[in-house]
Design a binder for this molecule. Structure first.
Ligand SMILES: NC(=O)c1ccc[n+]([C@@H]2O[C@H](COP(=O)([O-])OP(=O)(O)OC[C@H]3O[C@@H](n4cnc5c(N)ncnc54)[C@H](O)[C@@H]3O)[C@@H](O)[C@H]2O)c1
Length: 387
């Protein structure tokens, strides 16, 4: 009898680099040119740039590429969360087809915040079933979080990142000087993910934010202390992701702040940015941890004060809507295969997971969070503005 059952078993060796390279667009700095020349085969390279970045840096990007004779076509993309759609993905795929992008060489370059990087990442994973690209994150959130991640995605039917893939690009280049032009609100937004990392992984990072948060935000994360905060956040993220890149393990400490926030963020997309919603979710989870006896009064006060010091909101009325929070948790549980797996802070710098959080517990915690948050709100200088 011929065999009637077969098994295919293989291994995928994954390795990608994240490199800090200040002054990336300085014509005297050949780093980017060297990288682009190393995979060139004479075709047109698509350079996909966030529209705000194109406005601020477009001329410098063009000048740099011209200086090094890199044939390219620059395409501007919207960095608006509302445009994180399959429509944008298909537009990029059409552009890749149009310039005749090869399977491996003349790989496209994505320059922008998390929205552009997620959309280009998804297009690159679909075009010819997957091509490489180079990622250049230009916001704080994209530098500390998206730059490490393997994930791509677009929003669909009112849900965040409902369609996506795992497609880490071989190289990500981080130039902190891009942050000089990022609005204060978007700097705080990125600080929300660093705040999360301090809470679940790195007590020294949390203490650094607690001590220096307002100065870091005011200085747009350009100082040596800022470099330490960014470096610690990236290292913590790599440590958490490296052995679980495809998320086979669904108990993930890095999901702290991402249990209630995805739906809240989508429902209030005009009011809340990703990192702001994450920080609010961290505060709710901290109060839940307080209710369980893990964190004392003083600790949750410190957590709320640190968020406020980073210019992050500490209360939003959406967190007073228990039905919305429960709907969000139910959807998140589907993502966690039916389990809550709610990461909460056991002590600053260490997470634990809860699987038995009740509606009443969430509602009580939200009330406590409102009182805690409202005490901090007057300290916030710029939330709700795009300065
Ligand atoms: N793939 C992942 O693992 C992952 C992780 C975290 C977040 N994300 C996604 O990232 C997105 C949020 O990213 P974001 O916060 O970077 O938002 P964003 O991409 O919307 O950028 C924020 C704003 O800043 C502008 N901008 C970008 N760079 C600039 C610069 N240097 N100077 C001035 N303006 C600039 C953009 O045009 C935009 O208006 C969300 O869609 C989220 O889902 C993905």
């Amino acid at each position: 009898m011929p065999p009637s059952r077969w098994t295919v078993s293989t291994r995928l060796d994954v390795r990608y680099d994240i490199r800090e390279t200040p002054g990336l667009l300085d014509p005297a700095n050949p780093t980017l040119a060297d990288i682009l020349t190393s995979d060139a085969r004479g075709g047109l390279r698509l350079v996909l740039v966030d529209h705000a970045v194109a406005r601020l840096y477009g001329a410098r990007i063009e000048q740099y590429l011209k200086e090094y004779n890199i044939s390219h076509r620059l395409l501007e993309l919207s960095g608006d969360e509302n445009r994180k759609t399959m429509g944008q993905v298909l537009g990029i795929i059409s552009a890749l087809n149009d310039v005749g992008t090869l399977r491996v060489s003349d790989a496209p370059v994505a320059i922008g915040g998390g929205v552009v990087l997620d959309v280009v990442g998804l297009a690159a994973s679909l075009y010819r079933r997957g091509i490489p690209h180079t990622r250049i994150p230009t916001t704080l959130l994209a530098q500390v979080d998206v730059s490490v991640a393997a994930k791509t995605g677009v929003n669909y039917q009112g849900y965040r990142n409902r369609i996506g893939s795992y497609n880490p690009p071989p190289l990500t280049l981080i130039d902190p000087t891009f942050l000089r032009t990022v609005s204060a609100r978007h700097i705080s937004n990125g600080a929300g993910e660093i705040f999360k990392m301090g809470l679940i992984k790195d007590a020294a990072l949390f203490e650094l934010l607690e001590r220096c948060g307002p100065a870091l935000v005011a200085g747009k994360f350009q100082s040596t202390t800022a470099a330490e905060a960014i470096g610690r956040a990236i290292a913590g993220m790599i440590d958490e992701l490296e052995n679980n890149l495809w998320e086979k393990e669904l108990r993930r400490a890095v999901d702290h702040g991402h249990s209630f926030s995805p739906l809240v963020e989508m429902r209030h997309v005009h009011e809340l940015l990703h990192g702001e919603a994450v920080a609010l979710d961290c505060l709710l989870s901290a109060v839940i941890a307080h209710g369980r006896g893990y964190l004392g009064h003083h600790t949750i006060d410190r957590i709320a004060a640190t968020a406020a010091g980073l210019g992050l909101r500490t209360w939003h009325p959406a967190f007073g809507d228990t039905a919305l929070l429960m709907q969000a948790l139910t959807d998140t549980m589907r993502h966690r295969n039916g389990n809550q797996n709610l990461p909460v802070v056991r002590e600053i710098g260490r997470a634990t997971f809860l699987n038995d959080v009740s509606t009443e517990e969430i509602s009580d915690a939200a009330q406590h969070m409102r009182r805690l948050g409202e005490r901090q709100e007057p300290k916030l200088a710029h939330h709700g503005t795009n300065r």
